[in-house]
Design a protein around this ligand. Sequence first.
Ligand SMILES: O=C(O)CCC(=O)C(=O)O
Ligand SMILES: [Fe+2]
Length: 319
Amino acid sequence: MAGPQTCLQLPVLDISEPLAPPSLSQACQDWGFFYISNHGISLDLIARISSLSKNLFNVPSSSKQLLGPNSTLKTYTPHFIVSPFFESLRVWGPDFAASAMSSSSVLLGEPELALCEVLQEYGTKMVQLSKRIMEVLLRCLGDGLDYEHLQHDFQNSHGYLRINNYTAPNNQEENEGLGIHTDMSCITILHQNEIGGLQVRCKEGNWLDISPNEGNLVINIGDLLQAWSNGRFKSSHHRVVLRGSNPRLSLAFFWCFEDEKVIYAPDKVLGERNFRLYRPFLCKDYLRFREEASDKVGYESIGWTVMDFAGIQASKTKN
Ligand SMILES: O=C(O)CCC(=O)C(=O)O
Ligand SMILES: [Fe+2]
């Protein structure tokens, strides 16, 4: 008899094709996760980013603190904020090279030009992919002509990249590299290396692996799109577990609404559900709510999702 399912089978959207697989809408509704293929990101580009960014993570932690939460740039998240095994460097778009230049100059004493160049290439491709993926997703929400109208809402969206470096202890345990959370994006485009470890939580509460899939990138829906789509797309709780001591590196690109955007599901996306699940809210107010959550309860976002913040049924006061 087959054992319980441990790995989630997800549709693959071939981004070079005009049509999406029929199962895509359902996957966005049930899981908020799918893969994309033919995305134009070569293994060589990823290998160059991985090896150059390792040089940055290898500098002494006293240097990395110069970019930490109390610094001016605040592009580095040190160990123990998210977990003992996680550190991360943020690269702001749209000028990814300039952001990498500032951070690498602080870490190495001079800019790492090769890294700036590859990150500019990666970031620019991520922006193009995000627009293409959003186009496909909007077609799923509004049939035919509606989608062009919907696209206006995303014209000022922007993106940033996080280079996540995981180092697990050499023990037999399964260690949590990144705790349970939802993303504060519209969509996230993720490359995880061959180690795997990304998991999504089922309704029943158990965890399913989202395995590395033949060079395909993982896409997940974030909170902003869940609210804007009136819950038709789901921002799922997910986490990263580390099995064994192999190093894990991931590149997570977050495509977001602009800070001043009022997030409010347009009439055309309401679909069969004729009422709104979320009150209108300013994007930056939700980001602030989540920041406040991290200060109070740490990184994990349970009880501090967009439903808690703006859900019409939800209690809106948190003490
Ligand atoms: O490292 C990963 O695979 C996932 C990262 C992630 O979920 C995030 O940065 O929000
Ligand atoms: Fe995430």
